[in-house]
Every structure is written in structure tokens, then in C-alpha cells.
Ligand binder design. Structure first.
Ligand code: GLC
Length: 428
């Protein structure tokens, strides 16, 4: 009971904003730029020394999130490069020591919370800046040949202490935190890969739960027992992740608008607005959430390409949010018609038919014969009707499955909505 309550907001809200922001927004070549280009810490410091986002306005960020229909935030407090977006007492490598000089995390959290948005924090388990974090195959010093020598003075126990202190800090000084997104474990990657033992995941989880009893923790600690939510990234699942008892796990897919999480000026693989909306529908129709990422620039602005996609979400969600909030996977007795996705609101007893590819005039809804009370488009509440038996026979629309199916008739022209949705009220 208790357990279920803590998930309520999350499985209802379905749609959140991920924000990746740090000093990697200055090179603007991916948040992994330090590792991809093997930039030594001394050289990477130039980004720290020039971080001054004069346009930073978290109220504007929050406004764009709210308008897009997003109900929660997950923001990077520290990414793999080790730079901290808050005023941590445990390091000098933090936002308050850059020319910007302000605690950006506090301002973001305050702005989003003021809009009733739930707050999630991302914390990188990896840290390429910390002198005690041992060199492994993912580290920026990977190519150095004297790894053993380099690692001699490094002590993961001291790093762990630092990490525990920081996690305690972000979970103590910023009010109620609803979600913690640890990233990531790699026990099997190359030499010296890291996981549960290196982070002391059981103790870490215990501390987190003590500090924030209702918090949701993701699944990247190499400690499956502790995971409240499963977080596949940049994949479109065809089946929902399931627990050992067969029930659907609580899960969230995270995605970028383009191929990078951090601001990447020259990246061109931006998804279309329709693709973005499809991601949302495709996750909810498998009982999951969508966490859609924005990587603000070093000036503190959202990329205009991200803004335009957020605006497309806004337009679509304004008209169709009933098919997202409070919805989940439809019961198996209602198989999805070709080119369509169902979501299902169990409380309202309504099915939502998302028509991904506009067909010509008819859609057959298997399993819905004599089950439909009323149907309408979500965007304009105009009625959609089932065709009569006479027309079915006249038009030869009969097939062996017809005993169980309802056939609906659509306008020839697709309505002016990116992905039209039909709301189907079922008889009790
Ligand atoms: C990956 C990447 C990272 C990104 C994260 C988001 O683990 O390492 O850059 O923050 O995915 O899920």
C-alpha cells in the first residue's frame, strides 16, 4: 500500500523533462567530450573558467516544460566530468566558483517546484575529475600506459566518502526530492569496470531512503533489488519490462531530441516533432513514462530546435493529454489495429486509439463489438461512429473476426493534429 502510494504521481504523470547542463555545454560537442577527446583535466578547466550563462532563466525553462505537458524534472547535478551544478561544500569544482557564481541547481529547483513540477536529481557515479576515482576503460586517462602507477595513489574508499557526502548534501539542502537518477554501473566493461562494490550500492541506497523516504531510485546501481524504476535509454521497446512475477515494472524511457544529451551545436540528427510525440505514445502504450531531454547552451538557453519540438508537444498535449495522464497499457483483449496504438485509462474505463498513420475511412477494432458506449476525437470532441451491420454487409467488410469487432468510419481527410486520438468510452 505504502509502496504503491509513492509511485502514484509518477505513473500518473508519465511525461518528464531531463536536463543535461554543465560546463560541457561550452565545447558544445557532447557531454562526453572530455572522454571522447581525452582532454586532460588541466585543459578542460578552460570551460570551468568561462562558464557564464548570462541568459539563464529557469522560470522560462519551467514554462516551456509546463506548456509541453511535462510534470517532472530530472536535472544533472554532476555529470561524468565531475563538475557540480550546486554549491557543494566538498569540492571547489562547482558552479559557484565559475564566473557565473550562483547556485544554478537551487534556482532551477525553485523555479520548477513553483510550477508544481516534481523534482528529480541525476548524479553521476563516475567522476573523471576526482583524484581518487581510479582510472578504468571509461576514464579520460584510459590511454595512458602507466595505469597501475596512476592508480597507486587513488583510493575508491575516499571517493566513496566524497560521493556519499555529496548525495547526502543534495538530498538534504534542496527540500523534497522525488526521484534520484544514478548513472551508471559498468562492472563488465573493460579492465577495472565499476559497479555495486565500488559504489557500495546497498549502503548508498539505505542512506538515500533514510533521507528521502518517498524517493524513487533508478536501476543503474548494479543492485537490482533497490530499483524502483527501470530506465532504458534511446530505445523503443516492443514489450514492457516485467518483474519476475510477470507484472509490468514501473519504467521510463529517456530520449534526446538529437543525438547528444548535452548541448551539441553541430549535431544534426534531430527527431521530427511527429517522432517525438510517437515516443511518448509508444512508451505510455507499454505502461511506461517518457523523460525527454534538453541540453541548454552555455548561455543558458534552450536550443531553438528543442524549443520547436517542445512547442509541438505543447500543441499535441493541449488537445490530447487525456490519452497520456493516468493511462497505461491496454488489456490484451483489445489488440491494436494496424498502424495504431492504444492507451488505457483503467479508472475512466476508456481506451485511447492513436492513429499513427492515417488510413482510408475504416478501422476495425477487434474485441469491441457491443462494448462501445460512445466515441469521439480528443482534439475537438466530435463524434466518431461505428458503421451499421447493413453497411458492413453492403461493403463486404465482413471477415471471420467480425463477430468480435466494431468497425468505425473516419473522415477521409486527416484532422489537423500531428497524431489524432479517438477516445472510446466502454460500457461498464
Ligand atoms: C548515458 C550517458 C550519459 C547520459 C545518460 C542519460 O548513461 O553516459 O551521458 O547522461 O546516459 O541516461
Amino acid at each position: 500500500m505504502e509502496k504503491r502510494r509513492k509511485f502514484d504521481w509518477y505513473v500518473h504523470d508519465r511525461f518528464g523533462m531531463f536536463i543535461h547542463w554543465g560546463i560541457y555545454s561550452l565545447p558544445a560537442r557532447h557531454e562526453w567530450v572530455q572522454r571522447y577527446e581525452y582532454i586532460p583535466c588541466e585543459e578542460y578547466l578552460k570551460y570551468f573558467e568561462h562558464f557564464n550563462p548570462v541568459d539563464f532563466n529557469p522560470n522560462e525553462w519551467a514554462r516551456l516544460a509546463v506548456e509541453a505537458g511535462m510534470k517532472y524534472l530530472v536535472i544533472t547535478t554532476k555529470h561524468h566530468d565531475g563538475f557540480c551544478l550546486w554549491d557543494s561544500q566538498y569540492t571547489d569544482y562547482k558552479v559557484t566558483n565559475t564566473p557565473f557564481g550562483r547556485d544554478a541547481l537551487r534556482e532551477v529547483v525553485d523555479a520548477f517546484r513553483a510550477q508544481n513540477i516534481h523534482i528529480g536529481l541525476y548524479y553521476s557515479l563516475l567522476d573523471w575529475h576526482h583524484p581518487d576515482f581510479t582510472v578504468d576503460d571509461i576514464h579520460v586517462l584510459k590511454l595512458k600506459e602507466n595505469r597501475d602507477e596512476l592508480n597507486q595513489g587513488r583510493d575508491m574508499a575516499r571517493y566513496r566518502e566524497y560521493m556519499f557526502n555529496q548525495v547526502r548534501e543534495i538530498l538534504t539542502n534542496y527540500g523534497k526530492i522525488d526521484l534520484l537518477f544514478f548513472d551508471f554501473s559498468y562492472p563488465h566493461i573493460g579492465r577495472d569496470g565499476k559497479g555495486r562494490k565500488d559504489w557500495d550500492s546497498p549502503a548508498l541506497v539505505q542512506m538515500v531512503r533514510q533521507l528521502q523516504p518517498d524517493i524513487l531510485i533508478n536501476d543503474r546501481l548494479d543492485y537490482p533489488d533497490s530499483a524502483d524504476i527501470i530506465t532504458p535509454e534511446q530505445v523503443m521497446l516492443s514489450e514492457p519490462p516485467r518483474k519476475t512475477d510477470g507484472s509490468i515494472a514501473v519504467w521510463e524511457g529517456c530520449h534526446t531530441f538529437s543525438g547528444s544529451w548535452g548541448y551539441y551545436r553541430d549535431e544534426t540528427t534531430w527527431k521530427t516533432s511527429a517522432q517525438c510525440i510517437e515516443l511518448l505514445i509508444n512508451n505510455v502504450c507499454l505502461g511506461g513514462n517518457l523523460l525527454m531531454n534538453v541540453g541548454p547552451s552555455a548561455k543558458g538557453n534552450f536550443d531553438p530546435r528543442a524549443v520547436s519540438r517542445l512547442q509541438s508537444f505543447a500543441a499535441w498535449m493541449k488537445a490530447n493529454h487525456d490519452s497520456i495522464y493516468g493511462c497505461t497499457m491496454a488489456p490484451a483483449e483489445f489488440p491494436e489495429p494496424r498502424d495504431c496504438r492504444y492507451t488505457w485509462n483503467p479508472e475512466k474505463h476508456r481506451l485511447y486509439l492513436h492513429i499513427m498513420n492515417w488510413p482510408f475511412e475504416y478501422i476495425r477494432l477487434v474485441g469491441l463489438k457491443n462494448r462501445i458506449k460512445y466515441m469521439q476525437f480528443l482534439h475537438d470532441a466530435s463524434e466518431i461512429r461505428e458503421i451499421s451491420q447493413a453497411i458492413r454487409e453492403h461493403n463486404n467488410l465482413m471477415t471471420p473476426t467480425d463477430e468480435h469487432s466494431a468497425i468505425i468510419k473516419l473522415p477521409v481527410i486527416k484532422p489537423p493534429v500531428e497524431i489524432p486520438v479517438i477516445e472510446i468510452f466502454l460500457k461498464e
